[in-house]
Design a protein around this ligand. Structure first.
Ligand code: NAP
Length: 452
């Protein structure tokens, strides 16, 4: 496992994966801790979660720097990520008691109720793109509910993984309630099969989702999968083009385009296609790449060189299949994993970019004759994570948003996650939900209590 600064290619640290004895100890500790943690009053667990939020805020600058050095995102985005983690901790510390309150139900019993009990130890297999946020949006609700958590983080962010474990420890959580496992992907199935593990959540790619779901299915364990996306961004002829273009740039190029809910397919109706493209091209060409620690830089490097190579191959193939390069479309020279801010137009069925997720700073434009064709194209995707519609006619926007096949549809706004709203997808984007009361109920036993 290697920590490599993607902006420079410099190896920061190499970390030895754990041996079987270390893994065995962590699994045992987590199981013991889960029993004690579940027995504590929820108010006590929530109080510790508030403490986690404070430690995150106290360490915001150093943690943000750690993120930027290890996976390359812009320092201001890294700071915002840490603040969002503190927010989700505060949110569940405040709301968890109500979300998990017992519900009396009138039946033929003397008393009957629905109660919510933790499942035990939950494994989180997480990606590098939001190396703190992805972990906290799992951990805050799962721990508030009384589970213990094990983290198998992406192999390129071991420093972030260890810093998160340390943070929970320093905030005062009992030993074993949250542990980081330093193991490669090949040993995840062994952890899932372990009888001490109750459930697993994965955020990552489709292939990783398939293998985690298969291992969990074989041992009948609950899973939540948050997988890839290729979110449509539908621009209708009556859209506010200035707002649509500035949001298109923010949504597509944030985190060097490496966000599951980034707008990826810009589906523009013909009457405004040229105007949109012209303004979009100007704004994209104004992005400036460079050292992500530099506050004035607006385009970060990609997180790994191999991911950049994969993205470039998707671009090359799509262009060979008939798409048209508008700007960019080349890796940047130098030791960093930079890729030019790119737009490809005239993307159509049969091209890789039409069906595959492009996880990097490349926007694809698909032209549609009208609203109904735009909707058909938007839903013609194996993915179903988010989507947005741009129109000044609110009723029209809502009508289309309701017909988008996805987990989150926005009208005149950038698709984003928010602790108060459920987050997740349909189709190959996965299943289950994170955040809001839906997220905290994923890893609990919804139990019937019937008393004569
Ligand atoms: P990835 O290769 O699937 O890695 C994600 C995590 O899964 C890593 O911890 C990885 O470990 C592990 N993993 C990989 N293959 C596995 C396997 N066969 N069995 C068990 N674990 C496995 O994904 P990525 O390329 O890092 O991340 C990008 C993908 O994640 C994109 O498709 C993106 O859309 C998706 N994503 C989705 C969301 C969401 O909320 N829906 C959020 C962010 C990202 P190693 O690092 O050790 O391989």
């Amino acid at each position: 496992m290697k920590s490599i600064n993607p902006a420079t290619g410099e190896v920061l640290e190499s970390v030895e994966p754990w041996n079987e004895t270390q893994l065995e100890h962590a699994l045992e500790d987590a199981a013991v801790a889960a029993a004690d943690w579940a027995a504590r009053p929820i108010a006590e667990r929530c109080e510790l979660l508030r403490r986690v939020a404070s430690v995150l805020r106290e360490r915001q600058e150093s943690l943000a720097r750690l993120i930027t050095l290890e996976m390359g995102k812009l320092i201001k985005e890294a700071r915002a990520e840490i603040e969002k983690c503190a927010w989700v901790c505060d949110y569940y510390a405040e709301q968890a008691p109500a979300f998990l309150a017992e519900e009396p139900v009138e039946t033929d019993a003397g008393r009957s109720r629905v109660i919510y009990q933790p499942l035990g130890t939950v494994l989180a297999v997480m990606p590098w793109n939001f190396p703190f946020w992805q972990v906290f949006r799992f951990a805050a609700p799962a721990l508030a509910a009384g589970n213990s958590g094990l983290l198998k983080h992406a192999s390129n962010v071991p420093r972030c993984a260890l810093a998160i474990e340390q943070l929970f420890r320093d905030a005062g959580l009992p030993e074993g309630v949250f542990r980081t496992l330093l193991i490669p992907a090949s040993r995840v199935a062994r952890v899932i099969e372990d009888p001490r593990l109750a459930a697993v959540t994965l955020t990552g790619s489709e292939p990783a989702g398939r293998s985690v779901a298969a291992a969990a299915g074989a041992s009948i364990k609950k899973t939540v999968l948050e997988l890839g996306g290729s979110d449509p961004f539908i621009v209708l002829e009556d859209a506010d083009l200035d707002l649509a273009v500035s949001t298109a740039v923010a949504s597509r190029f944030l985190n060097a385009g490496q966000s599951c809910i980034a707008a990826k397919r810009f589906i523009v109706v013909e009457p405004v296609a040229e105007a949109f493209l012209e303004r979009f091209k100007t704004a994209v060409e104004a992005l400036r790449s460079g050292d992500p620690l530099d506050e004035t830089v607006t385009l970060a490097p990609m997180a790994r060189h191999d991911l950049r190579d994969e993205l470039h191959q998707q671009v090359i193939d799509s262009l060979a299949q008939g798409a048209v390069a508008v700007t960019g479309c080349q890796p940047e020279p130098g030791p960093g994993a930079f890729y030019q801010a790119s737009i490809i137009d005239r993307v159509a069925p049969g091209q890789r970019a039409y069906r595959e997720e492009l996880f990097g700073p490349v926007a694809i434009v698909i032209r549609a004759a009208d609203e109904s064709e735009a909707l058909r194209i938007a839903n013609d995707s194996p993915f179903g994570l988010g989507g947005s519609v741009w129109t000044l006619d609110e009723a029209r926007g809502e009508r289309l948003a309701r017909r988008l096949q996805c987990g989150a549809a926005f009208v005149n706004g950038m698709v984003k996650s928010d602790p108060r709203l459920p987050f997740g997808g349909i189709k190959h984007s996965g299943y289950g939900r994170e955040l809001s009361w839906h997220g905290i109920r994923e890893f609990v036993n919804v139990k019937t209590l019937w008393i004569r």
